[in-house]
Write a new protein. Structure first.
Length: 114
């Protein structure tokens, strides 16, 4: 399994970014996909998850601002992040679990300046 994340960067508070994660080596369409983030000095936390059927769940801190979506034809999961806040600054990781094994992308840095 390989997860290739992209799309991070630097943005001002209130701005938007879109992250993408392309998967390979797995049966993408039947896999739940998630985004986690880890801020400096803090534990990695779940941001959002999308099931194989397209059901979604969000952490309270991002609900209403972030949107996760998937394109099974492109084996890609995306994260649209709007109304970004400085506290959203973190390394964002794409994640999936297959056969009870956790797979992580390489992480992409998101920095939101105040």
């Amino acid at each position: 399994v390989q997860l290739q994340a992209s799309g991070g960067g630097l943005v001002h508070a209130g701005g938007s970014l879109r992250l993408s994660c392309k998967a390979s080596g797995m049966h993408f369409a039947i896999s739940a996909m998630a985004w986690y983030r880890q801020a400096f000095g803090r534990q990695r936390e779940l941001v959002t998850i999308i099931t194989s059927g397209g059901n979604t769940n969000y952490s309270e801190s991002v609900k209403g601002r972030f949107t996760i979506s998937r394109d099974n034809s492109r084996r890609t999961v995306r994260l649209e992040m709007n109304s970004l806040k400085p506290e959203d600054s973190a390394v964002y990781y794409c994640h999936t679990r297959r056969s009870m094994v956790d797979w992580w992308g390489q992480g992409t840095q998101v920095t939101v300046s105040s």
